[in-house]
Ligand binder design. Structure first.
Ligand code: PMP
Length: 318
């Protein structure tokens, strides 16, 4: 039987057995950093392809450095352990993998120094997060993206996601699918869990990391695919709010979100209001790459073969 498994306190156990104390520092203050990794199930090849696993752990290491968390395991060990965990979980559908490096001591007082760290991973089944076929309707949030001098957005810090949660819930309560956050200077930064791209005059435009964005792995994948497969350049520069309204196309990228068209911003259709032609091509190239249908990009994939192959327990999307 497939089941949610975790690497917790040095052992692989069912998720139901992985428990932390209510006094854990990371729970009290959000002092943790994480990654979100997808295992994309290939029906033809009977394998889950973990997408750009090593790059995710490289980014986790950067987040850890900012939070002064020591990661005892090497990148090779982390990759092997993750693959083993997915294989032991036994799912034959898309999965989501959540590694977390956290301040594990039971300790009062917000700080980063002189506190013990620990590291865990869990695996769970995971279908679509947004709707990549229909696209999404967005609003610019009244919440500002956290500034680098408040909580660095380039670190995937657990506590930072309050900023995303405020923006996403505001968007949801106003009838939109997702928020677009502006930074302190009013520049377009990113979605609550996605990077953002515009298409204008045949080029891609995306905000630079200095506009308080997470340096996205899906974004860098799309930049490569656009350049190498379509000959389209990406310009990294600041974007004004009003530029969202005049873009030919707009889309978001993310591990959870894949490549998803933004069809409307602040009740103005983007372009024709559907998935634009360049977005459509990038979406196809991206899906082919993540599901092992593109030999050229096989280097981005780590194969995990479930140890107990079971029939699918829920609809696999995309
Ligand atoms: N921005 C934020 C705030 C995110 O949480 C994510 C998801 N990790 C992204 C962008 C996209 O990053 P990636 O493509 O590496 O998943």
């Amino acid at each position: 039987m497939a089941q949610e498994m975790a690497y917790f306190q040095g052992k692989i156990v069912p998720v139901s057995e992985a428990k932390i104390s209510i006094k854990t520092h990371a729970f009290l203050y959000g002092t943790a950093c994480f990654e979100g990794i997808r295992g994309n199930w290939s029906e033809d090849q009977n394998v889950a392809y973990l997408f750009r696993l090593r790059e995710h752990y490289e980014r986790l290491r950067q987040s850890c450095k900012i939070l002064k968390i020591k990661l005892a395991l090497s990148d090779d060990e982390l990759c092997d352990l993750t693959t083993e965990l997915v294989e032991q979980s036994g799912y034959t559908e898309d999965v989501y993998i959540r590694p977390i490096a956290y301040k594990s001591q039971e300790e009062i007082g917000p700080r980063l120094h002189d506190i013990e760290d620990d590291f865990l991973i869990f695996v769970m089944p995971f279908g679509n997060y947004l709707d990549p076929d229909a696209g999404i309707r967005c609003m610019t949030s009244t919440w500002r993206r956290v500034d680098d001098l408040a909580i660095p957005a380039r670190a995937k810090v657990n506590g930072l996601y309050i900023n995303s949660a405020l923006a996403r819930t505001e968007a949801h309560e106003n009838g939109f699918d997702e928020a677009i956050m502006l930074d302190d200077r009013g520049h377009v930064s990113e979605g609550s869990g996605e990077n953002i791209f515009l298409v204008r005059h045949g080029k891609l435009i995306t905000p630079p990391p200095s506009d308080n964005v997470l340096e996205g792995i899906s974004a860098s994948t799309v930049i490569t695919l656009a350049k190498d497969e379509l000959g389209i350049e990406t310009v990294e520069r600041s974007i004004d709010r009003s530029e969202l309204y005049v873009a030919d196309e707009c889309f978001m990228t993310g591990t959870a979100a894949h490549v998803t068209a933004v069809t409307e911003v602040d009740r103005r259709p983007v372009g024709e209001g559907g998935t634009g032609p360049i977005t459509k091509q990038l979406q196809q190239l991206y899906f082919d790459a993540i599901r092992g249908k593109s030999e050229k990009y096989a280097g981005w994939l780590t194969a995990a073969r479930p140890k107990t192959a079971q029939p699918r327990s829920q609809e696999v999307n995309a």
